[in-house]
Design a protein around this ligand. Structure first.
Ligand SMILES: *Cc1c(COP(=O)(O)O)cnc(C)c1O
Length: 292
């Protein structure tokens, strides 16, 4: 399933993309793999290239609709590693096309923790690990993500595209940070999907010093993570008519910022995550914001 291509050939194509009459370029990292796509592929690149004998178990934790969760489940399936995933208690009944259902289908061992125990349990995960177990922090926010993002940076540089501005959305900020560090001659635009600019900077600083070429665009309106917003679903629909589907959690806010606050030619790095759209669209339906 995860045969890696020759490193000299780019792993994903760059396509022209027009939005509101403005020309963009999109690096189609969403096409890398059906489950292990976008920046999760880049962040897990190190583990993808790790011989399967090295580990027998991966442990991670986070949300039940996380794109990282599905990507790790696919990776573990391919490597024949056990995947233990810890979450807070599950309340909602899940859509059968959801990231959660697909991850369970790929063999994920889901463990719910009581709310009061969650924080302490997660903190204790790093203690007493045997050498065949690897713990991946929530969303893959780990220094091991660096080499895969550097591979992406090398592909961008080698493409010969005359664009000097790049954009990619942020959750933990790991992707945007390593991209900006790997490409000092480019501007890297991002926007936080979780929390605000200072929270994002705090997350990034925990990994490395944030360079000047990383530009965090902020919206005046405050948006909550993974909540439905009319302007986001409208933009999602418009983006789709341009011929590419983007995810509903991270992409709409960044596209909105780029349209409002930038003017130059931009290469947008598609960060994948479209498998999460089924459960997001359920939320939009529930709120009466979509009719399909
Ligand atoms: C995980 C994810 C992000 C956020 O990536 P970070 O490296 O945590 O900032 C952005 N877009 C999509 C679609 C994702 O799945």
């Amino acid at each position: 399933m995860y045969q890696l291509k020759n490193n000299i050939i780019p792993l994903s194509p760059i396509e022209k993309y027009t939005l509101d009459g403005r020309l963009f370029y999109v690096k189609r990292d969403d096409l890398l793999d059906p489950y292990l796509s976008g920046n999760k592929y880049r962040k897990l690149y190190n583990l993808i290239n790790t011989p399967k004998e090295r580990f027998d178990k991966i442990i991670s934790y986070g949300g039940t609709q996380s794109n990282a969760m599905l990507a790790i489940a696919a990776l573990c399936k391919a490597k024949e590693w056990t995947f233990e995933y810890y979450t807070k208690p599950l309340h909602v009944k899940e859509n059968k096309n959801s990231n959660y259902a697909m991850a369970i289908g790929l063999g994920m061992d889901h463990k719910e923790l009581e709310l009061e125990l969650y924080k302490d349990f997660i903190a204790s995960l790093m203690l007493n690990l045997d050498e065949k177990t690897f713990v991946l922090h929530q969303g893959g926010a780990d220094t091991s993500a660096k080499s895969g993002v550097e591979q992406l940076a090398n592909e961008i540089r080698a493409s010969g595209l005359e664009v000097r501005s790049i954009a990619t959305p942020s959750g933990t900020g790991t992707t945007a940070l390593y991209l900006a560090l790997s490409l000092p001659e480019y501007k890297v635009y991002t926007t936080p999907a979780i929390g605000d600019k200072s929270y994002l900077l705090q997350q990034m600083t925990a990994l490395e010093t944030v360079p000047d070429n990383l530009i965090i665009l902020e919206s005046e309106k405050k948006y909550h993570f993974a909540k439905p917003y009319k302007e986001f679903i409208e933009l999602y629909e418009k983006l789709k008519t341009g011929g590419i589907e983007f995810d509903l959690v991270y992409a709409p806010k960044l596209w909105k910022m780029l349209l409002e606050k930038t003017e130059e030619k931009i290469l947008y790095i598609h960060s994948g995550g479209t498998t999460g759209n089924a459960s997001m669209l359920d939320r939009y339906r529930y709120k009466g914001l979509v009719s399909f």
